[in-house]
Structure formats: structure tokens, C-alpha cells
Design a protein around this ligand. Structure first.
Ligand code: ZN
Length: 274
């Protein structure tokens, strides 16, 4: 069970959509959780919240997610929100959905200029730990109401700033899921560099009596090709470094060793009669 958490509707699609789609393709059930309302982030003034809500739902479908959630905190103001509330809402969802793998912005990517990214990463980091028994019996009323602890065993931290790419320890081959990633980005029509930009370029050239063969003969092809050929360059370059067609990179934190089990194993193997 994975949860891909993002501050904004285009974070997951741009930075980790290939890996999310790949894990879902391999058998994971996935959920997309957006923390902001993306207000003021629409290409048309006043349309941000509505269009980005639609985009978030459509991107989730393109990734193969079962459902998308939105918390609707105000865009670029999340550092003014109570961290403890964001954390608690995440703990609730992690327990409800029994999440064991999370994707989030790296909370230690100090060069990221967007305050929401750091807030989202920090909230996921602490919620991942506190939702589990190892983090204490936090919010016992949730447990009384029937929710169970969950165990977040894997954390994939993605980042936006180029500096952050130096702090990675996991490279994922997304070559066979690059088209999923492209489709998720095309779904982001309200904001970001993808959406309908391909058809806009096609229309602009047509007004000048020209066309780009790359963009094909219809709007859907134009949008797809625009994203694949102009916006996936970073991931093609990342892949090239590792002999792959396309790759995404992460600061990955895996399962901690089970100390109690290790002690039991040692005791079973070494105990002698009194
Ligand atoms: Zn963002």
C-alpha cells in the first residue's frame, strides 16, 4: 500500500510519477494525497482551485491510484499552518489505508525555494514514524475507534532542486513507465509546465501557417509529445548516467532492522542450559 504525498498537484507527476506508476503496476495499491488547494496557481486567474482539483483526480487515474485526497491548505502558506494538524491528518489516513510505503518531498532539501515542499516533507516524515507502534501509541482515540497502527517500511524522498539530486541513494529505472508519467503530467492542465502546452504550440504555429511534425496531427498527440520530448529531459539525462533510458532518483530509507527479532534469534542460537 503506497501513499504519494505532494504539496501541489504537479509535484508527484513531475518528480516521482514513473516510480509510483511502476510500483502500482507491480501490485501496489496507491493513493495520491495533496496537501494544498493550489489557489492562485491556475493559468487563468480565479480558476486555480477548481482546475487543480480536477487535475489532481485525473493525475491519480493516470498513475493507476485507487483514490486521491486533498487537504486544501492555502497554497504557498503552509508554513503558517499548524504542523501538528497536518501530521495528525496524515497519521489518520496512513492508519486507515494501512500504508507501508510513502513518497514525499525530501524534508532536508535546503535549496528548495517553495515553503510548502519542506512543510509537506516534514509532516510526512514525522507522521510515518508516529503512525506506527514504534512512534508510541499516539492518538489513542483513533485506535479505540477501530483504526490499527501501520508500519511505514519504505520512504522515497524526491526533490525539486538540482542540488538535492546529489543526495540520492536509489535510482529507479522508469523506462517502461515513462508514458504513464507523461500522461499524468498531461493531466495537469491548471498549472505547471505540461497540460495543454503542446496543443497551444500547435495552434500558434498553425496561425503562422507552420507545423512541427513532432507534435502530430491532433491535440492529444501534441500534448503527449510536447511533455515527452521537452519536459522529460532531466529524467532522460538521469537515466543516461546509469545506462537507462529514463530514471528517477530518491533519497530512500528502507526498513529498520527488527531489534527484538535479532535478540530472539541470538538467544535461540546461543542459550545454554543453566
Ligand atoms: Zn510544488
Amino acid at each position: 500500500m503506497l501513499a504519494a504525498i505532494q504539496a501541489h498537484s504537479d509535484d508527484v507527476t513531475l518528480f516521482c510519477a514513473g516510480t509510483v506508476a511502476k510500483l502500482i503496476g507491480e501490485g501496489y495499491t496507491g493513493y495520491l494525497i495533496r496537501l494544498s488547494n493550489d489557489e492562485k496557481a491556475g493559468k487563468t486567474v480565479g480558476q486555480g482551485v477548481v482546475q487543480n482539483e480536477i487535475d489532481n483526480q485525473e493525475a491519480a487515474k493516470a498513475l493507476g491510484c485507487k483514490k486521491a485526497f486533498s487537504f486544501y491548505y492555502r497554497n504557498h502558506r503552509m508554513d503558517d499552518c499548524a504542523m501538528i494538524e497536518i501530521r495528525q491528518r496524515l497519521i489518520f489516513l496512513f492508519r486507515l489505508l494501512q500504508v507501508n510505503t510513502v513518497f514525499a518531498m525530501d524534508p532536508y532539501d535546503h535549496y528548495d525555494e517553495n515553503p510548502d515542499h519542506i512543510v509537506a516533507g516534514k509532516a510526512v516524515e514525522s507522521a510515518s514514524w508516529m503512525a506506527s507502534p514504534g512512534g508510541g501509541h499516539e492518538y489513542p482515540e483513533q485506535l479505540k475507534a477501530g483504526l490499527k497502527h501501520c508500519q511505514i517500511r519504505e520512504r522515497y524522498y524526491y526533490c525539486r532542486s538540482p542540488q538535492g539530486h546529489n543526495l540520492v541513494n536509489r535510482v529507479v529505472d522508469i523506462s517502461s513507465y515513462i508514458d504513464h508519467k507523461v500522461r499524468a503530467n498531461v493531466a495537469n492542465k491548471g498549472k505547471g509546465p505540461a497540460g495543454d502546452n503542446g496543443l497551444r504550440l500547435r495552434q500558434e504555429l498553425a496561425r503562422q501557417g507552420k507545423k512541427l511534425p513532432l507534435l502530430g496531427n491532433d491535440d492529444a498527440t501534441a500534448n503527449f509529445q510536447y511533455v515527452k520530448h521537452f519536459l522529460m529531459d532531466d529524467f532522460r539525462a538521469l537515466g543516461k548516467q546509469f545506462g537507462l533510458e529514463y530514471a528517477e532518483t530518491f533519497r530512500y530509507i528502507g526498513q529498520e532492522p527488527d531489534l527484538r527479532q535479532a535478540v530472539r534469534k541470538y538467544a535461540d542460537g546461543h542459550a545454554v542450559p543453566l
